[in-house]
Design a binder for this molecule. Structure first.
Ligand code: G3P
Length: 224
């Protein structure tokens, strides 16, 4: 298994931008270093460059558009521009930013061409298997959306969908790593996710909205 990856999506939470993003990044960097775990942040676009400049942890965009650079695409997010701002990778097709199949393919291809790692989010076994054909770095299975932000961990609520998604992904492409997310808040949730065959977790509110994000991060890595 690859080094476990904990990817924290800061979404648009006020607790997750500007100075707050910086504070979470500093804690994440400390804990990743002390525990030999890979921890990344997916901040809002405005925080990609400052987080890249002031920290060494991987920074992911929350979305990119499947448009080529150099064109007239007002208001679009171009993979090359995200890379130039210092991002390591990008989420694609998050549950809160769904795309068509064609858009997922184009975004993944253009991101990889730009040198970005890709995390395609999916919601069931079939979409996980389908996304594996696009050869992303990661597929993040987040079923079902009502668990998002609930504090009820997908790894406990629906372990079967995780195991079946891992199997579906690897039957198509064994090199794609799998993350899972929704309601992850503790080290026990992370341990269960890893035991179900994933390579890590994608989470948000458990860290971003915590009174003490560093304490939660410490707990998250405690059983790896
Ligand atoms: O991107 C992570 C996400 O959708 C899960 O959110 O708040 O349940 O960890 P949360």
């Amino acid at each position: 298994m690859a080094v476990p990856f904990i990817l924290i999506n800061l979404k648009s939470y006020t607790e997750g931008f500007g100075h707050n993003a910086q504070r979470i990044a500093q804690s994440a960097e400390r804990i990743a270093y002390e525990n030999d775990v890979r921890i990344g942040l997916a901040p809002g676009y405005m925080d990609i460059h400052p987080l890249h400049v002031h920290n060494s942890l991987p920074v992911f965009a929350q979305h990119i558009d499947g448009v080529t650079p150099g064109g007239a695409h007002t208001g679009h997010i171009v993979a090359e521009a995200v890379k130039a701002a210092g991002a390591t990778g990008t989420l694609i097709n998050h549950a809160e930013r769904r795309l068509t199949l064609a858009d997922i393919e184009a975004s993944n291809r253009l991101a990889r061409t730009a040198g970005l790692e890709t995390v395609i989010c999916t919601n069931n076994v079939a979409t996980s298997g389908a996304a594996a054909f696009f050869n992303p770095d990661y597929i993040a299975i987040e079923p079902p959306p009502e668990l998002i932000g609930s504090g009820i961990s997908v790894s406990k609520a629906d372990p079967e969908i995780i195991e079946n998604s891992v199997a579906a992904v690897h039957s198509v492409n064994a090199t794609v790593k799998v993350l899972t997310g929704a309601g992850i808040t503790t080290g026990e949730c992370v341990r269960t996710a890893l035991d179900l065959g994933t390579d890590g977790v994608l989470l948000a509110s458990g860290v971003v909205k915590a009174k003490d994000p560093e304490a939660v991060l410490r707990d998250l890595v405690s059983l790896i």
